[in-house]
Design a binder for this molecule. Structure first.
Ligand code: SAH
Length: 458
């Protein structure tokens, strides 16, 4: 590819989309990343920066809009960058995600004779809006000194004012209005990051979708929130308000929450359900942000596991035990492994809360706990479920899984590239892909969850 001058224009058709949500098109085999375009657009673009194998260009003009192009519903979709795919029709988003999973499994996973129709239809949402049960809004000031709240623009820490993210719950708006009026009335300053001064950093808002219970936790740069009872009184007017607290974070850090929570009203947690399993969620607990799709995803994992009630099952990377407790209803025994101690505490508390006794949880790395346990007990497994972070499973973990000879491995993943890499690894050691299904946990965003069922061939 000849080097183009900066701003030199060219015409290109967008064929794919990157992890960051930029459109991807090719000219003479050279790859371009072009923001603000969607798959199927034919655009005029201007070259910006060229590397050897790929370059970046800006959108100059959409010549032929993609049939999948829609007007983003959110007025700040472009600045926010939270919903990279909002300019794409939801069905086209789903098709894009399904294709990505398929391509990764073929190219990286090395699956032969695997056809698009071998995938089970991706599980989308009927209504792909207002699905998030959790939001964290930063507070700051605009150039006129007015208190604002919203979200950070792109990768910066400049706050763009926005009180009603369309992925969040409708109550967010009223809660933020109350907090802002309270700060103005009692002259409570928002936190200024650069100067490490001011009090109110973030508002954490959570809702139990099954129960309607609401939680507000104000994160402050200090040990005391003045007039806190007055704030609690006002927030209590919102139907469903169950837990009000503040969190102390006096560090100069990007981490949103500090360790200490001071309770102002309620039991210190809200309750929610995923399927039949009940959860107590405190301000510091991890909990899946899209509970509707979480239930469908884990239901799919349970179906792929095909349990009859006699199986010994492992749930690796178990977090707060959501999958473990789902599986425990149909297994002889489930063992969960998770690296974060607090998550394991929650997992155990969740088991007790639901009177589920056939589960046991270990704190530690899957690639350390599993081999040590197998060395000590020599007990094979019937089914092993994994739900690792984006980087996938450690090879030692995969090797141990193979040694334990489970009939089935159910792989839940939020990154189909590392999923495919691990599927290939297991494939070379006797495990064959039997079922594949995507589940869209993040409508509007580029990421997608996927469940694969593998079975032992020999
Ligand atoms: N199924 C879980 C969520 C899994 S997310 C739930 O429903 O709660 C992936 C989890 O893997 C995270 O909780 C992360 O803390 C954990 N993790 C990351 N690396 C790990 C490792 N090496 N061993 C065990 N757990 C790990």
């Amino acid at each position: 590819m000849e080097i183009m001058k900066k701003n030199q224009e060219f015409i290109v058709e967008i064929e794919d989309m990157s992890e960051e949500g930029a459109g991807i098109g090719k000219t003479d085999g050279y790859t371009w990343f072009i923001k603000d375009t969607v798959i199927g657009d034919v655009v005029r673009a201007g070259a910006m920066k060229m590397k050897k194998h790929y370059g970046f260009a800006r959108l100059v003009e959409v010549l032929t809009p993609s049939p999948a192009r829609v007007e983003p519903r959110c007025p700040v979709a472009r600045q926010c960058g939270g919903c990279q795919l909002q300019a794409m029709d939801y069905q086209a988003q789903l098709a894009f995600k399904e294709k990505k999973i398929y391509n990764d499994l073929c190219r990286i996973g090395g699956l032969k004779d695997f056809k698009p129709e071998d995938m089970e239809p991706i599980i989308g949402m009927e209504d792909p809006w207002r699905y998030r049960n959790k939001a964290q809004f930063p507070f700051g000031k605009d150039k006129n000194g007015r208190i604002i709240t919203g979200f950070y623009a792109g990768r910066t820490h400049a706050i763009i004012e926005q009180k009603d993210c369309l992925l969040g719950i409708e109550e967010n708006r009223e809660i933020l209005r109350i907090i802002k009026a309270f700060m103005e009335e009692f002259r409570i300053e928002p936190y200024d990051e650069a100067a490490h001064r001011g009090l109110v950093r973030h508002a954490l808002i959570r809702k139990g979708f099954a129960t309607g219970e609401l939680m507000v936790c104000l994160v402050i740069n200090g040990r005391r929130l003045p007039h806190s009872q007055e704030l609690a009184q006002r927030l209590l007017e919102i139907p469903g308000m169950t837990s009000i607290s503040y969190n102390i974070n006096t560090e100069k850090t990007n981490v949103i929450m500090g360790r200490e929570v001071v309770n102002l009203y309620g039991p210190g947690y809200i309750t929610d359900l995923i399927g039949p399993i009940r959860y107590q969620i405190s301000p510091l607990s991890f909990y899946q942000v899209n509970p509707v799709q979480t239930q469908r995803l884990y239901q799919t994992a349970l179906e792929f596991a095909g349990l009859t009630g006699n199986e010994n099952v492992w749930d690796l990377y178990c977090g707060i035990g959501t999958i473990s407790l789902f599986l425990a209803q149909k297994a002889r025994k489930v063992w969960g492994v998770e690296i974060i101690p607090q998550a394991i505490e929650d997992a155990r508390a969740n088991a007790r809360l639901n009177a589920i006794e056939n589960v046991e949880f270990f704190t530690g790395r899957a690639e350390e706990v599993l081999p040590a346990w197998y060395e000590a007990n020599h007990m094979p497994a019937d089914v092993i479920v994994v739900d690792p972070p984006r980087k996938g499973c450690d090879p030692v973990c995969l090797d141990t899984i193979v040694k334990m000879q489970p009939q089935k491995v159910v792989y839940v993943s939020c990154n189909s590239a590392t999923l495919a890499r691990d599927v290939k690894y297991l494939g070379e050691r006797g495990y064959e892909v039997k079922r594949v299904r995507g589940c869209d946990m993040f409508p509007g965003g580029v990421h997608c969850e996927c469940v694969v069922k593998l079975e032992r061939r020999y």
